[in-house]
Write a protein that binds this ligand. Structure first.
Ligand code: G4P
Ligand code: MN
Length: 175
């Protein structure tokens, strides 16, 4: 049974990301990615409501005008702190952000790791099917290699999620 708090987080994310689209050829609404990430977690047996809400909200500070104070006021400090762990500093250069994701994975909390793993899993599933708009084949290949480095720094977090990720890495001969 979905909780009112969870539905509120989904409603908020859907509103905030309403003008955004994914980079796939169909320009899928951005919110589909957020639904996918939370569904991946629920299917992996994760019932922690704060984790499922932070999954839905994981890109809302990075990609919209929402602040951590907004999230704390609306959803509490637990959810807000989790989203903070999942938010890249967009003032940094892209290379630096990518390097920091690998580094920060190793010191993130177990609950944030669940979401990071599910986020990578959804992005990689998509990359297996689609080349995002504006990406070269090389860039797509590099994302698999980089994502594996992030995942390798979070081993032992959730067997189901890691098995699904490893299946993808094995297909690319990265294991
Ligand atoms: N695979 C895929 N990714 C898409 C698509 N549309 C948007 N993205 C987003 O693009 C980001 C990955 O591309 P990058 O090159 O790393 O980042 P950038 O476009 O934001 O600069 C991911 O952001 P992120 O959620 O912050 O994840 P991450 O970069 O931290 O992994 C992903 O969510 C799509 O159609 N397919
Ligand atoms: Mn994401």
């Amino acid at each position: 049974m979905a909780s009112l708090d969870f539905l509120k987080s989904l409603q908020f994310a859907a509103q905030k990301h309403s003008k955004q689209r994914r980079k796939d050829p169909d320009s899928t609404p951005y919110v589909n990615h957020l639904i996918n990430v939370s569904t991946i977690l629920a299917e992996a047996g994760i019932r922690d409501e704060g984790v499922l809400m932070a999954a839905v909200l994981h890109d809302v500070v990075e990609d919209t005008d929402t602040t951590f104070v907004d999230l704390e006021d609306l959803f509490g400090v637990d959810v807000s702190s989790l989203v903070r762990e999942l938010t890249d500093d967009k003032t940094l250069a892209k290379e630096e952000r990518k390097r920091l994701q690998i580094e920060n994975a190793a010191r993130s909390t177990r609950r944030a790791r669940f979401i990071k793993l599910a986020d990578k899993l959804d992005n990689l599933r998509d990359l297996q099917i689609n080349k995002p708009r504006g990406w070269t084949e090389e860039r797509r290949e590099e994302y698999f290699v980089w994502a594996k480095q992030v995942v390798d720094n979070m081993r032992g977090t959730n067997a189901k999620l890691e098995a699904q990720l490893d299946e993808i890495f094995a297909k690319r001969n990265l294991l």
